[in-house]
Design a protein around this ligand. Structure first.
Ligand SMILES: Cc1cc2nc3c(=O)[nH]c(=O)nc-3n(C[C@H](O)[C@H](O)[C@H](O)COP(=O)(O)OP(=O)(O)OC[C@H]3O[C@@H](n4cnc5c(N)ncnc54)[C@H](O)[C@@H]3O)c2cc1C
Length: 359
């Protein structure tokens, strides 16, 4: 008989695990407080950037190492899905206005110093910048380029994962909140499972008291006058900005980072700041339509690092913070190995910081 497994939380982590573990022969049941559209999940809001080196400006250096390993796994994850998902790995461009150039140089040097692969990072002359992004050539004298970074379309991904789950006939209990879960049990209405996996993101705060929300807000713009091919990061002392290109002249611009659990709509201040920064990057954004404004909270532990914990009958995966899309494939592998051994395994051989724990 197949071993039974309940996954609570059908965001990015829960959906990816459901498909992988069903393919590995587990009898999987999925629970979520929301609908299949994923609107209740942070993953629906996230920009989907896969940027291990760019994040080094502020992230723990191990995120870059883990991120590189994880990005390499994305293509095999996508082959399991019945629908195509846009995954683009053409690199990231960093720029700053002339008054902020010293900040950009400092940031680039800091990234270079901390990077496990500095050979992938290079300074761009005006001509090189123009070759990569013609629209930026007249506005910026130089920039920086980081190879082998990219982005994945988060909405397409959630939809394709949903289709993959349906395709495998995995039982999915929607609008089913599970406020507190225990080893082998999601609630009193359902039977004993061999394993329960907690993928509730910020919804697990009741069971994980040191989990906090870090609010992020972003806008979706339709800008026919803007042509950008790469994710662009604009360094600015007050309004740092990233622009992620999607198909058909759609751009995701973001994102604020505010220490708050407030999941309410975007504030006027944040919208003004993001739009001002976007307009300063490219005047073509002036005529853009604001298609959507979204805000949600990234689930984060005090060290801003992900955790996979294991006790008999219960695995928890949480704290994906700014790096859910970046790290999900690797964390998935970690959970599969954890289940196979019935004990937590280490994410990095040499690193105790990111070691998964057995509670
Ligand atoms: C503005 C913004 C931009 C971001 N940009 C990026 C980026 O560019 N790159 C990147 O890698 N990451 C990014 N992130 C982070 C990324 O989105 C998250 O790390 C990731 O989505 C977390 O996934 P998750 O599956 O752990 O949680 P979630 O996606 O939040 O999923 C949790 C699920 O659990 C369900 N749930 C919660 N509580 C309960 C309960 N009690 N019972 C049942 N179900 C429950 C929820 O409904 C939800 O479906 C961004 C985040 C934000 C907010």
């Amino acid at each position: 008989m197949k071993q039974t497994l309940a996954i609570v939380g059908a965001g990015l982590a829960g959906r990816m695990l459901a498909i992988r573990l069903a393919d590995d022969g587990w009898d999987v049941t999925l629970f979520d407080q929301g609908e299949r559209d994923g609107l209740e999940s942070c993953s629906y809001t996230g920009a989907g950037m896969l940027a291990p080196q760019s994040e080094l400006d502020r992230a723990d250096p191990h995120i870059a190492e883990l991120g590189d390993r994880s990005i390499a796994l994305w293509p095999s994850v996508l082959t399991r899905l019945p629908r195509p998902v846009d995954l683009v790995m053409d690199g990231t461009v960093l720029v700053a206005h002339s008054t902020d150039e010293p900040d950009l140089e400092r940031m680039a040097r800091r990234i270079l110093d901390r990077s496990p692969s500095p050979e992938r990072i290079r300074r761009l002359s005006a001509a090189e910048l123009g070759d990569l992004e013609p629209d930026l050539a007249t506005r910026f004298q130089h920039g920086w380029f980081i190879e082998r970074e990219g982005h994945i379309d988060n909405r397409q991904l959630l939809e394709a994962l949903e289709a993959g789950i349906t395709h495998r006939s995995i039982t999915w209990h929607t609008t089913h909140p599970c406020p507190s879960i225990r080893p082998h049990h999601v609630d009193t209405d359902h039977p004993h499972y061999d394993w329960v996996i907690d993928c509730r993101g910020l919804g697990a705060q009741g069971d994980l008291p040191d989990l906090r929300g870090v609010r992020g807000e972003l806008l979706h713009l339709h800008a026919p006058e803007v042509s950008l091919r790469h994710p662009i990061r604009l360094t600015h002392p007050r309004y740092p900005l990233y622009v992620v290109p999607r198909t058909d002249n759609l751009f995701v611009i973001g994102a604020t980072e505010i220490e708050s659990d407030d999941r309410g709509p975007i504030t006027v201040r944040s919208a003004l700041e993001l739009l001002t920064a976007a307009y300063s990057l490219h005047s073509g954004f002036a005529e853009a339509h604001i298609v959507e404004a979204r805000a949600d909270c990234r689930p984060a532990f005090p060290d801003n690092l992900p955790r996979v914990t294991c006790e008999p009958g219960l695995v928890r995966i949480n704290g994906l913070y700014r790096h859910g899309f970046l790290l999900a494939p690797l964390l998935l592998e970690t959970v599969c190995q954890t289940l196979a051994k019935s004990e937590a395994v280490s994410l990095l051989e040499t690193n105790t910081l990111l070691e998964t724990t057995r509670t």
